[in-house]
Ligand binder design. Structure first.
Ligand SMILES: *Cc1c(COP(=O)(O)O)cnc(C)c1O
Length: 451
C-alpha cells in the first residue's frame, strides 16, 4: 500500500514530513538542472523530457520514486518567477510563508461550499474578505480564481442590476476577460474606447457614454496588463456618475498598491466603483490562486444566492448554519483566502508595503537605465512595476524574434506589448529580491542580441 498514507489524521504528519523533504530536495535538483530562468531548448526539448519521465502515465504497478522524479522534471522545466530575469508576466514569486500555509489547506482539504466541510475556514474567509474589501473602499468581497472570474462576476452583477441590454464600455487597454465575460453572459457587443496613450481618456469616455442609449457598465483598469498604467479613476468615476453608468475597476494588478503608504494614493477614486477586481497572486506574492471580487453594496451579491438541500437546506440555515453557496459560482472550493490571511498577519501592512515599494523602485531603476541608453527608448515612465521599452531603429519583427530567442535559449523571459501601433519588450517586475546590477545585466543581454 506504498504511497497511500493519508495526509491528515493521527499519522498524517509522519506521512507528509518525509515526502515534503523529498519534494524540497527534488525542487533543488531540478532548479540546478535548469540553471536559468527557464529551460533551454524550447518546447520540443521540454516535451521530450516530460515524455521520457511519463513513458507510462498509469503503470500497472506504482513507483514511490515518481514523486521526486516528477517534481525534478517539473522544476527543471519551470519558468521560475524567483529568477530576476523571469519578468514577462504578472507571475509572482510566491512567499515561502504563503506556500507553507497552503500546505495546511491541502492537508485539511476544507471545501467552502458548506459550513460542515469548512467551519473555521468559512468564518475566516468572511472576516478577511470584509477587511480587504474595506481597504479598497468596498463593503464586501468574494474570493475568486483571479481577475478573470472577478471580471465575469462584475459583468454578471451589472446584467442582474441593469438588465440584459447593459452595454459594456471599456478601453482598448482593458483585459481581454471583460469582453469575453460580455460574450459569456449574452450581453451586446462591447463598446471599446480608444486609449492611444495606454489609458482611458475621460472626455473620450464621456463622448461614448453620451451615445449609449440604454444602461452601461464602464470597466476601468488600475494597472493595465500591457503597460501597468492606471486609468484616471476620479475622472472616469465622475463621467459614470454624470451618465448614470455602473463602474467596475479591474485592479487585478494595481490593487496591491493599497498596501503601500507611498503608492496607495495612485488608487484614489477606487472607492467610487460599484465593484473592484483584485489579485493577490500578482502584487501580493501568493501562489495562484488568490483573487478577490469586491462590491460597494454588499446587497449586490444577493443575486448569487443559491440553495441545494444537501449543502444549505432552509431548516439548516434557519437553525444558524451559514449558507455559503452564494459566495461563489463554484461548488467545491479551496480556501485560497487562508494563505492570504497568514501572509497579512505575518508581514503586516509594513511588510507587504515594503515589497510593493521594492518592486516599484526596481522598475524605476530599470527604466532609468533604459532612458540613459542611446540604443533604447522607453514607452513611458513606469507607474507601477512594468517597464515597456524597445531598441531604437529596429522593426517589430526583431523585437519579436529576440524575445523568442531568449525564451528558447532559456536565458530570459521578457514579455511583449503592442502599444501605439508598435511592438515593445515588456518587463513586469514582481521580484522584490533582486541584487544590484541585475537590471544592467538584463539590458546588456538584450543589447547583445541586437548585434
Ligand atoms: C491578470 C489580470 C487579469 C486576469 O486575472 P487572472 O488572475 O489571470 O484571471 C485581469 N485583468 C487585469 C488587469 C490583469 O492584470
Amino acid at each position: 500500500m506504498c504511497g497511500s498514507a493519508l495526509a491528515s489524521g493521527p499519522c498524517g504528519a509522519d506521512a507528509v514530513r518525509p515526502l515534503v523533504e523529498s519534494v524540497l530536495g527534488a525542487l533543488q535538483e531540478g532548479r540546478r538542472e535548469r540553471g536559468g530562468p527557464l529551460p533551454a531548448g524550447g518546447p520540443a526539448v521540454v516535451a521530450a523530457r516530460v515524455a521520457r519521465a511519463l513513458d507510462e502515465v498509469l503503470p500497472e504497478e506504482g513507483d514511490p520514486g515518481a514523486l521526486g522524479e516528477l517534481v525534478r522534471v517539473l522544476a527543471a522545466g519551470a519558468a521560475d518567477p524567483a529568477d530576476p530575469w523571469c519578468a514577462a508576466h504578472l507571475h509572482c514569486p510566491p512567499l515561502a510563508v504563503a506556500v507553507a500555509a497552503d500546505l495546511a489547506v491541502s492537508v485539511l482539504n476544507p471545501s467552502l461550499d458548506s459550513w460542515d466541510q469548512a467551519p473555521s475556514a468559512s468564518a475566516l474567509e468572511g472576516v478577511v474578505t470584509r477587511a480587504l474589501a474595506r481597504e479598497a473602499g468596498m463593503a464586501e468581497a468574494l474570493v475568486t480564481s483571479g481577475g478573470t472570474e472577478a471580471n465575469q462576476l462584475a459583468v454578471l452583477l451589472a446584467r442582474e442590476a441593469c438588465g440584459p441590454g447593459v452595454r459594456l464600455v471599456c478601453g482598448e487597454n482593458a483585459h481581454h476577460s471583460l469582453s469575453r465575460a460580455a460574450w459569456l453572459f449574452g450581453l451586446p457587443e462591447p463598446l471599446v474606447v480608444p486609449a492611444p496613450g495606454g489609458v482611458l481618456g475621460a472626455s473620450v469616455l464621456e463622448g461614448v457614454l453620451s451615445e449609449v442609449a440604454g444602461p452601461a457598465l464602464v470597466a476601468a483598469t488600475a494597472g493595465t496588463t500591457d503597460a501597468g498604467l492606471i486609468d484616471p479613476l476620479p475622472e472616469v468615476a465622475a463621467a459614470c456618475a454624470r451618465f448614470g453608468a455602473r463602474l467596475h475597476v479591474d485592479a487585478a494588478y494595481g490593487g496591491g498598491l493599497l498596501f503601500s503608504g507611498r503608492y496607495r494614493g495612485l488608487l484614489v477614486g477606487l472607492e467610487a466603483a460599484d465593484s473592484v477586481a483584485l489579485d493577490l497572486h500578482k502584487l501580493g506574492w501568493q501562489p495562484a490562486a488568490a483573487g478577490l471580487f469586491a462590491v460597494r453594496e454588499a446587497g449586490d451579491l444577493a443575486v448569487l444566492g443559491q440553495r441545494a438541500d444537501y449543502l444549505s437546506a432552509a431548516d439548516d440555515v434557519e437553525a444558524g448554519l451559514p449558507d455559503l453557496l452564494g459566495r461563489s459560482l463554484r461548488t467545491t472550493r479551496r480556501p485560497d483566502v487562508f494563505k492570504v490571511a497568514v501572509t497579512l498577519r505575518v508581514l503586516g501592512r509594513a511588510g507587504l508595503g515594503a515589497l510593493v515599494d521594492r518592486v516599484c523602485a526596481g522598475a524605476r531603476e530599470f527604466a532609468g537605465l533604459v532612458a540613459a541608453h542611446p540604443g533604447f527608448e522607453l514607452f513611458g515612465p513606469p507607474v507601477i512595476s512594468t517597464v515597456v521599452f524597445r531598441p531604437v531603429g529596429v522593426g517589430d519583427d526583431i523585437v519579436a524574434e529576440v524575445r523568442r530567442r531568449l525564451l528558447v535559449e532559456g536565458r530570459a523571459v521578457l514579455g511583449r506589448a503592442r502599444l501605439g501601433g508598435r511592438l515593445w519588450f515588456k518587463v513586469t517586475l514582481l521580484n522584490p529580491r533582486v541584487r544590484d546590477g541585475e537590471w544592467a545585466g538584463l539590458l546588456r543581454l538584450v543589447e547583445g542580441q541586437l548585434r
